[in-house]
Design a protein around this ligand. Sequence first.
Ligand code: SF4
Length: 75
Amino acid sequence: MADCELLKGCLFFNDQMAKMPAVADMMKNAYCRGDNTKCARYMVYQKLGRTAVPADLPPNDVGRAVKLISGEPAV
Ligand code: SF4
């Protein structure tokens, strides 16, 4: 599967995960180099655009992504 087109500039991996390289690698393999359609960040990007994706939204927090997309407050 091709790499996610957002991987190079993905704020989550270039900022939030800098201190946890092993976990970051696992997530990258599962989502960014695996199936990005299951990534919470990618879901928000597709529906609302890149600027709407919170920097700290992890790929596995689909619940928060769904709330953001539906307009519910998501903390
Ligand atoms: S975290 Fe999600 S949006 Fe970011 S590069 Fe990986 S798959 Fe793409």
